[in-house]
Design a binder for this molecule. Structure first.
Ligand SMILES: Nc1nc2c(ncn2[C@@H]2O[C@H](COP(=O)(O)OP(=O)(O)OP(=O)(O)O)[C@@H](O)[C@H]2O)c(=O)[nH]1
Length: 468
């Protein structure tokens, strides 16, 4: 299905989008609680997501779809209009709806391009633009309804509030979900590479199912209490859903957050209608708006944590050879000292022989391969708890906790013998020299390292390819 949609001709994809839009409009009508005021107004989210993902070229198809929505609304509310007015009303609706959301989506595309791949910023930009474009669309919709004598008895101010919050909630709750579906169906990720990865990074797993179930049960319970209590206080209980939703946001994938927000919002709409809680609709709208925006802001925390982990990885491991860095080794030395008791620890300093000559005659790339081969050989001779670290250039260290002098010497000797057999290129023979020192009780690292380095110097002086 995914591959098929990506290969469809443009006009067919546009038509499919228009049909989907009218279908979503129909769903919005199901969740409607007052004339022209749909609680979630899902097509707003689809208009925004499709222009944000696909660009302004989808606008003609959206105009077509919006005309479909207008005609459908005339039939639902049995509004009699002559054809000239129908065309005018349809056109005004299309301009108000697609113009405002198109502008918002267009601005978001531009900002996303400027921000590059920085998802927390993209989320904040999305929330701000969702607020402004839903306000603009509300003004447009109210003006259109007023111009065609369709404004209800509530008046422009009351209607505007319902429209604005409803559209905002729909945009925030459903926009990312529709965007993810479009990105997936059309296999696009260029501009939204981060958002794409963010929405598909992990599959939804079973703990998510239980957490979602918990949210669903909680929503049902608090709304049943509101039905019994019939008071503002009992309706405000819906805000407690924020706590499990944030728990889910922190512990599950971003996609899980998006799905959970869509499910609980839909459930609230259905229960509002089933339990006839229309008098509390503002409270529920506000609650969903706060829960959704807080959850999206909350997403930045796991993302920042992941970025921190990546940063730490770069700080602790050499990108070329994968060996640990000096800082990592120092951490392990401290741990070994704390845990070691009376046992001795050995430090080996390892340096490739005539490495400069390998670089000069075979090139830097082969030189790099030599470094990787050395680390692989050292690792092959390491035991659990040993640390292989790069000190800089072609000099490496190996920490051998719980090793005395003879054991350390035997093990490093075995490693350099194995290195002699490693072949990385025609006529390239690798050998290394090793200096070992056993830590004196309470000796600081620098002194210990200096003694091992001195032993290495002596190994080099004595003719290389040996352990001292
Ligand atoms: N390919 C490659 N070369 C590096 C890297 N880091 C340092 N070098 C080179 O490593 C060489 C270091 O050589 P030395 O250890 O000073 O000398 P040597 O030729 O190994 O001689 P001995 O140690 O005395 O046996 C220099 O030519 C550096 O340019 C690296 O990441 N990749």
């Amino acid at each position: 299905m995914t591959a098929t949609a990506a290969r469809w001709p443009r006009w067919l994809r546009g038509l499919a989008l228009a049909i989907a839009w009218v279908g979503v409009w129909g769903l919005g009508h199901l969740g409607e609680f007052a004339t022209h005021a749909s609680l979630w107004y899902p097509p707003a989210a689809l208009t925004f997501a499709s222009i944000a993902v696909l660009g302004p070229r989808v606008i003609p198809y959206l105009v077509l779809a919006s005309f479909g929505g207008t005609l459908w609304s005339l039939s639902i509310y049995r509004i009699d209009m002559d054809w000239a007015n129908v065309v005018g009303f349809g056109l005004a609706n299309a301009v108000a709806h697609i113009g405002c959301y198109g502008l918002g989506a267009f601005v978001l595309r531009r900002i996303a391009r400027r921000l590059g791949h920085r998802l927390p910023n993209q989320i904040i930009a999305f929330l701000v633009i969702a607020t402004l474009s839903s306000a603009l669309a509300t003004i447009g919709a109210i003006a259109t309804l007023a111009a065609f004598d369709q404004l209800g008895p509530e008046g422009p101010v009351a209607t505007a509030l319902v429209f604005w919050i409803g559209d905002f909630v729909a945009l925030v709750v459903l926009g990312p979900l529709f965007g993810a579906v479009l990105l997936r169906l059309l296999r696009r990720s260029d501009l939204w590479a981060d958002a794409h990865a963010f929405l598909h990074r992990e599959r939804l797993r079973s703990p998510f199912g239980y957490k979602l179930l918990f949210n669903v049960v909680l929503v049902i319970l608090v709304m049943l209490v509101a039905d019994r209590g019939q008071s503002y206080e009992s309706a405000f209980l819906i805000f407690f859903v924020l706590i499990p939703q944030l728990w889910l946001t922190y512990t599950e994938s971003p996609m899980a957050t998006t799905v959970s927000l869509a499910v609980i919002s839909f459930l609230v709409v259905v229960l509002l209608w089933l339990l006839e809680l229309g008098q509390f609709v503002y409270i529920y709208q506000l609650a969903i708006a706060i829960i959704a925006t807080t959850a999206y802001f909350g997403l930045a925390i796991p993302l920042l944590e992941a970025a921190n982990r990546q940063l730490r990885q770069r700080l602790m491991f050499d990108p070329l050879t994968g060996a640990a860095t000096r800082d990592y080794l120092l951490e392990k030395v401290q741990l070994a000292e704390q845990a070691g008791g009376a046992s001795t620890h050995a430090l080996a300093v390892v340096d490739l022989d005539h490495f400069k000559a390998i670089n000069d005659s075979h090139g830097h790339r082969l030189g790099d391969q030599a470094l990787v081969a050395l680390v692989e050989t050292l690792r092959a001779h390491a035991r659990a708890g040993d640390v292989v670290a790069r000190f800089g250039g072609d000099e490496f260290m190996m920490l051998l906790p719980g090793c005395d002098s003879d054991m350390a010497k035997a093990r490093m000797q075995a490693a350099i013998v194995a290195l002699r057999d490693v072949r990385i290129g025609e006529g390239v023979h690798l050998t290394a020299s090793v200096g070992i020192a056993i830590q004196h009780p309470g000796e600081p690292f620098d002194g210990w390292f200096a003694r091992a380095d001195e032993a290495l110097y002596r190994a080099k002086q004595a003719g290389r390819d040996r352990v001292v």
